[in-house]
Design a protein around this ligand. Structure first.
Ligand code: SF4
Ligand code: SF4
Length: 108
């Protein structure tokens, strides 16, 4: 999934590197490999691959990540145009067996 581009330049994803403790959870849960570990903390390496599922924000223990979940979800946009699901994103975070929230569904 190295060259994946979801929607160019529209994601609301932001990361505050000063707050990041380098725990690696965002790397673990992101389905589109948006983050990579730098020496001490995570960094955004593939901004346009972000589908705004919100899994990284919900799993970041230090509040270093902000993203408006669902805003750039193509399925939500198409659903809205078709008058379905009220434009809601259907790929929101889900919980796996360890309790970590992961994205899934139509966009992953
Ligand atoms: S919002 Fe979802 S796709 Fe975007 S960086 Fe976070 S986990 Fe990855
Ligand atoms: S989940 Fe938060 S604290 Fe952990 S590496 Fe990612 S940005 Fe840093």
């Amino acid at each position: 999934m190295g060259n994946l581009t979801y929607l160019k330049g529209v994601a609301t994803l932001q990361m505050d590197e000063k707050k990041c403790t380098g725990c690696g959870m965002c790397i673990e849960v992101c389905p589109h490999h948006v983050f990579e570990m730098n020496v001490k903390n995570a960094m955004i390496i593939n901004f346009d691959a972000c589908m705004e599922c919100g899994a990284c924000r919900q799993n970041c223990p230090s509040g270093a990540i902000s993203v408006q979940s669902g805003v750039g979800c193509a399925a939500a946009v198409i659903g809205s145009l078709l008058g379905r699901n009220g434009g809601e994103c259907c790929c929101g975070p889900r919980t796996d067996e360890t309790g970590a929230q992961k994205s899934g569904g139509c966009c992953s």
